[in-house]
Design a protein around this ligand. Sequence first.
Ligand code: AMP
Length: 174
Amino acid sequence: MNLDQVKKSIRNIPDYPKPGIHFKDVSTAYQNSEVFNYVADAIYERYKDFGITKVVGIESRGFILGGVLSNKLNAGFIPVRKPGKLPAKTYSQSYQLEYGIDTLEIHQDALESDDVVLIHDDLLATGGTVSAAIDLVGRFNVSKIYANFFIELDFLHGIQKINKSVPVWSLIHF
Ligand code: AMP
């Protein structure tokens, strides 16, 4: 297994969910156990010595590898979810989409100031989603925040939108 094979395992769906968007379907990568294990191992290898205490996964595709990574890193898993999904008290953060506005939430007791946090999502596009997640995690004054993606769409320059204090690393670039 190598990164080229991983790249080829990701299905491209033109004009989904709307015209002009080329959707990267990670389900075809994750359904192959060799690819899935390789990807999880590669991201784990990158972060294994960073002292990560919590992995924050972004709903919903960020839960898949996020759960595996938290287990491998011996860290807790924290879900960041769409509004109204988390049952206890939450912090909310709204962010701009291409058309309209969206909101993410985190439980108010999810993190402590001594946590070292790895935020994970499947894909970095324009950077709005992860920036909202960084704002949420930032409310806890944690000691460090890292952000990781399985896939980064370089041509959208989402990385430029992300707070410079947050080191970003993606396994695959398109
Ligand atoms: P953004 O906020 O623009 O960085 O968008 C990132 C979020 O939207 C991630 O949670 C992705 O799962 C999803 N997303 C955005 N663009 C795509 C795409 N081309 N293919 C698959 N997922 C995408």
